[in-house]
Design a protein. Structure first.
Length: 410
């Protein structure tokens, strides 16, 4: 899922976690005055739900002790606002998620908050036409390894819209969409997660209008092997991605545990990705990192023969960059910064691990290349065989055909 450890002549490539695990936890929200009676009515409404139902949850703060679930098509769950209707799972004693929606099409969740779940806050699987709007998911004790992994978590879904929502404190990803098709993630705020927004093994995604700040990594676009489908065709644009410098608090041994603190946007082994019109500021490791599977720490592809480990068709243009790169969370990058730019220098806005298909060259067709039109690039591993990191612009002087906008069939 992220930048891990790569043995070999360059030593540790983009290794992170050396400064992991962050700030002291804050006290969780005081729930002593929350309503403990309403949960029975809500559970009954979900159990009795029929297609076409709108389950209205009133304003108030409610304790929910068991995970909620739904398997019925065409149901809307609606609160009165993300700060007005609060479902607290701080005393959860049953269930792996806060809300699990499985095998249900035409589902809408809107205008409420889900707090302090034991595991994932909202997980939605095997559904079409999914809308999440105006939802806040939060672990109120701040960043902690003990928090649930995912905030808003659609997986194996089609036609997904996540908008105007907030995700805070996930120990993996605040907003994660996996193995899905036709996705729009817009106008959300993600903060104090390990990964703010993650699109993984998914096709045709637009991620725009979001604010990603105070995460370990702001926005991730990944492919991983040994999953039913690869992903391609993601546009990340018009986002504010700044100060994503929170120490990594992911579970040790999991891929996300080695996202380098201070990363704005990461592309790993994904194809046909456009990064444009974003505003990136003060991400201390790097604003944009492009990496292959070979610097992910999961180098064994013996059971993933058809997996393409190289990022191809990457186009980065018309972004603005400010600060950042002055204190990277990886020894190899610190060494490169000192060697190339001196003790007070900064890494360029874009970092590439340098691993490419052996056939890759400047004459490679543009659709298979990495094109960067708005910044200098540093590449850590030189495909030509040189030991030292390099930097420049000329190898990346190309353009690609723009991807089509995502059209949802909602």
């Amino acid at each position: 899922m992220t930048i891990l450890t790569q043995p070999g002549r360059l030593g540790v490539l983009l290794a992170a976690g050396l400064m992991a695990a962050c700030a002291a936890e804050e006290p969780a929200r005081d729930t002593s005055s929350f309503d403990r009676e309403y949960q029975t009515a809500l559970m009954d409404a979900l159990l009795d739900a029929e297609p076409g139902d709108v389950i209205e949850i009133p304003a108030g703060n409610f304790i929910i002790e068991r995970g909620l679930s739904l398997t019925v098509d065409n149901v809307t769950i609606r609160g009165q606002g993300m700060d007005a209707t609060v479902l607290s799972f701080a005393e959860q004693r049953q269930g792996a998620e806060g809300l699990l929606v499985s095998g249900a099409d035409d589902f809408t969740l809107e205008n409420l908050a889900i707090e302090d779940t034991v595991g994932d806050a909202v997980k939605i699987t095997d559904g079409d036409n999914i809308v999440i709007r105006g939802v806040r998911v939060e672990w109120t004790n701040g960043p902690s390894t003990e928090n649930g992994a995912y905030g808003l978590y659609p997986v194996q879904t089609t036609d997904v819209l996540i908008e105007d929502s907030v995700a805070i404190g996930a120990s993996d990803a605040g907003i994660y969409v996996g193995q899905s098709d036709r996705i729009v993630v817009r106008n959300n705020r993600v903060e104090y997660n390990v990964a703010g927004i993650e699109i993984e093994n998914s096709n045709h995604a637009d991620v725009y209008g979001n604010v990603a700040t105070n995460n370990t990594g702001g926005i991730l676009v990944f492919n991983m092997p040994n999953l039913p489908r690869p992903g391609a065709g993601t546009r990340v644009y018009d986002n504010d991605v700044f100060e994503n410098n929170v120490g990594n608090f992911g579970h040790a041994g999991t891929p996300v545990a080695s996202v380098p603190a201070g990363t704005g946007i990461i592309i790993n082994s994904n194809d046909d990705v456009e990064i444009f019109n974003n505003r990136l500021r003060d991400n201390r490791t790097g604003h944009v990192i492009i990496s292959s599977f070979f610097s992910s720490g999961f180098e064994n592809l013996s059971q993933a023969q058809d997996f393409n480990p190289y990022p191809e068709g990457i186009w980065i243009y018309d972004n603005t960059y400010e600060g950042g790169g002055g204190n990277p969370d990886a020894l190899i990058l610190q060494a490169a910064r000192l060697a190339l730019f001196g003790p007070t220098g900064r890494l360029p806005p874009v970092i590439w691990d340098g691993y490419a298909d052996p056939a890759y060259a400047e004459e490679t067709p543009a659709e298979e290349r990495i094109c960067v039109n708005d910044a200098e690039v540093m590449w850590v591993h030189d495909p030509a065989g040189a030991e030292e990191p390099r930097h420049g612009t000329e190898p990346f002087d190309c353009t690609l055909e723009p991807l089509a906008p995502v059209t949802l069939e909602l």
